[in-house]
Design a protein around this ligand. Sequence first.
Ligand code: ATP
Ligand code: MG
Length: 281
Amino acid sequence: LRIGIDAGGTLTKIAIMNDHLAPAEALKFLKFPSSEIERTVAWLAAEANGAVLAFTGGKAGMLRALAEREAVATASGVDVLAVPEFEATCTGARWLLQRQGRSMERFLLTNVGTGTSIHYVTQDGHERVGGTGVGGGTIIGLSALLGWRDGSYEDLVTAALDGDRSRVDLKVSHIYAGVTPPIPGDLTASNFGNVRRQSEPVGIEDALASVVGLVGETVTTVSVHAARERGTADIIYIGSTFLGNKLLADIVYRYTRLRGGEPYVLPDGEYSGAVGALLAL
Ligand code: ATP
Ligand code: MG
């Protein structure tokens, strides 16, 4: 059993490879909130016997120390490997792409996690080319500031899907009303720039939809520029922020294409780091 653990700022993702099973059934995924670290340790204590473990992510050191204190690692009597986060993420994404039959010689990889990290991945290497603090944590934090108090991420994403951005965001076509704009009218001229023009208050769902819009358009814009700089059009998007978040995926697809890029939101992409970690074993 090979287990890769990516302990991120928000979620701890686990990939479990049972090399004795057929390829279609060999790989399983699991996740825990990183804030509930003891749940991950308890799972490891119960399930990781005889396994080899590889840790990655910003909270890997803390998790590993706790797991070792609980004698998880020593109980399984194995080597425990630490894999650098960007290395694990890029390797795992390349592997998951291949599994989808989408192998690419080179591509841009945008990981929309708590924050957003952008990498240029080639067949023999990878390089971090940028990032932005606008990411999944922004969706949660800004929504809370705007008055959203409900529980789960799924609830938030569902509410955003019911929202209407047109009363919140200002499009280029709003400014160039009645005349042909020099850039596509569908581009956002100003995120939240339409709020003060409304006579009626903006509903929370509308605000949430625009928060997702802000994050989607920001990560897309930064990615398209980085891709252009590297001379590639292919942009692969990963990260738990896309989980159940059709609105974000739609925005990212539409906006990347509008700007000349070729987008793909990778299925199971949020497990790239965990997969990359276990592949190092
Ligand atoms: P980083 O890589 O920046 O350290 P991370 O690896 O924890 O962070 P991801 O797991 O890729 O990041 O994504 C975290 C984001 O996913 C959250 O900010 C939130 O927007 C979204 N998300 C999806 N599902 C959940 C969930 N069940 N609980 C909390 N956030 C969730
Ligand atoms: Mg991460």
